[in-house]
Design a protein around this ligand. Sequence first.
Ligand code: SF4
Length: 244
Amino acid sequence: MSVKKKAIAPRRLARTSTQSAKADPGRRAFPIATVMETLREVVGQWKKPAVTEIAHVNGDPFKVLISTILSLRTKDETTAEASERLYGLAEDPASMLGLSQARIAKAIYPVGFYNTKARTILEACRVLIDRHGGWVPDDLDQLLELKGVGRKTANLVLTLGYNKQGICVDTHVHRITNRWGYVTTRTPDQTETALRESLPAKYWIPINDWLVSYGQRICRPVSPLCSQCRLATDCPRKGVTRSR
Ligand code: SF4
């Protein structure tokens, strides 16, 4: 007698609230459009994150790239000031390569890992000159080939620098969309994949801006300010153990 082997279903790494609601009809799907429109209203009254401000003022993908590299593990005000000092010395890959690593490091101090970032900036500029004619590519895969550029930076260059569709998932987007239960993921990359499947296209570009601002002020990493949150009625506060 032949024994049929039981098929093993592939392990799901990421799930959105819509998929969960379909699997369990009693469960309410997260009202993403309502929440995003509330966010648009709340965040619109606040100062924009440093890299967004730089993108809006300059509209220059090179500056978006460099300022995003500077912003990693660095406070917003420090990124803005360091960017201004650096662009006072060089504003494109060719002139950046005319500076020494020490000069760049001095200009961008005190951003986190300023020596490493100075080296990364020079290496990225060398590749931009050698392979891309001094231009920043508008293609995700080509951006990811640049040293020091991960998915967060590459997506930000596409969205803020080129106004092309992309979803930049940083620690705030990852944390907050999981607290909403809109995605159930373990890493920012998984969150990006889940959001690409479920988030309405018109929110792809602004979600990063809005959730970075919201995550810095209200939905903070430790002890979020749920009592002041306009999204509280719709938020299941998944994984939140302490709040104010
Ligand atoms: S209710 Fe709390 S956990 Fe939910 S979005 Fe607001 S601050 Fe974040």
